[in-house]
Structure formats: structure tokens, C-alpha cells
Ligand binder design. Structure first.
Ligand code: FMN
Length: 158
């Protein structure tokens, strides 16, 4: 089985999570971890397991991730197991009632990524997951790399 982890990252935090996911998957299978600009639609369609992650920017994935997902042909992910993750701010830490309101309304990047992967025919093997940063540019909250590795291990049995 070959797994492909595709991610975008502005400040490097989502990249760290993607690499931790790749390392955890590598225990069981061949894995490539690619930044969004390096990924091709053919790679995605050929993977047995496709994991896509993005920083949450204005409640959504980055434009680059959205563009890549949008370019997958109809049913292009048929037979591909898929999962989605994001990095995000912890609303309790930010402590803003306004932000809490909008987050409840619009959510995070992982959900729309998972929906799009499914819409393209992929079989979702785990609920979308978010990993927390302590500030806009990071660092990640303590323990998140380990949590990402555990989440990734669960994808192989899903
Ligand atoms: C322009 C901008 C918009 C953001 N919007 C959100 C948001 O809607 N929800 C959220 O939880 N975090 C938001 N954040 C925080 C990002 O999620 C955070 O910068 C990102 O997780 C860091 O990942 P990276 O290091 O891979 O870029 C935003 C940050 C920026 C700079």
C-alpha cells in the first residue's frame, strides 16, 4: 500500500504535522509527503491512502489546496482511502467571543477538505482532525505531533 500526504503550510506548523503523519504511516507502508506545489493529480489518484492537510485561513483551506482538490476529475479518487487534517487556533486560548461565534458558523479547513475528497469519490477513513497552534505563527501546542502520529496510525486500520 502506498500513502501520500499532501499539505500546505505558511509558517511551517502544518508541515511539521504532515511530516509526523508521514513518519507514523511509514511504519506500515511506503509514504510520500509532498507540499501542495509538488503534488500532481495523478499522484493523488494512484495512492492507496491520501491524506490532505492545510492551515485554517479564514475558516478554509489555502487557495492552493482548494485549487488542487478542485482539479481532481469526477470519481478520480474512486478506490482511494482519504483523510483530512488542518492546523487551527484554539478558540478558548484566543478568548474572543466574536471569533467563537464565527468559528461555530464557518468551522475549520479539515471539514471542507474531507467533503471535497469524498465528492471526488474517495472513501473517508477517519473524521477530519484539527491540530492546535498556540499563536498565529506557532508553535504547535505541546503534544500535537504525538497526537498526529496516533491519528495517522488509526488511518491504516480504518
Ligand atoms: C490570514 C489568517 C487567517 C487565519 N484564519 C484562521 C481561522 O479562520 N481559524 C483558525 O482557527 N485559525 C486561523 N488562522 C491561524 C492559522 O490557522 C495558523 O496560522 C496556522 O495554523 C499555522 O499553520 P502554518 O504554520 O502551517 O501556516 C489564521 C491565520 C492567518 C494568518
Amino acid at each position: 500500500m502506498t500513502a501520500l500526504v499532501i499539505y500546505d503550510s505558511v509558517f511551517g506548523n502544518t508541515e511539521k504535522i504532515a511530516l509526523a503523519i508521514g513518519d507514523a504511516l511509514r511504519a506500515k507502508e511506503a509514504v510520500s509527503v509532498l507540499k501542495v506545489e509538488q503534488a500532481t493529480v495523478d499522484d493523488m489518484m494512484e495512492a492507496a491512502l491520501l491524506v490532505v492537510g492545510s492551515p485554517t485561513r479564514a475558516f478554509q483551506p489555502t487557495p492552493e489546496i482548494k485549487k488542487l482538490l478542485g482539479s481532481i476529475p469526477r470519481n478520480g479518487l474512486k478506490g482511494v482511502k482519504v483523510a483530512a487534517f488542518d492546523t487551527r487556533a484554539e478558540i478558548e486560548t484566543v478568548g474572543s467571543a466574536v471569533l467563537t461565534f464565527f468559528v461555530k458558523l464557518f468551522g475549520y479547513a479539515a471539514e471542507p477538505i474531507a467533503k471535497q475528497l469524498q465528492r471526488k469519490g474517495g472513501q473517508l477513513v477517519a473524521p477530519p482532525e484539527g491540530f492546535f497552534i498556540t499563536d498565529t505563527e506557532g508553535p504547535l501546542k505541546e503534544g500535537e505531533l504525538e497526537r498526529a502520529a496516533r491519528w495517522a496510525s488509526g488511518l491504516m486500520t480504518g
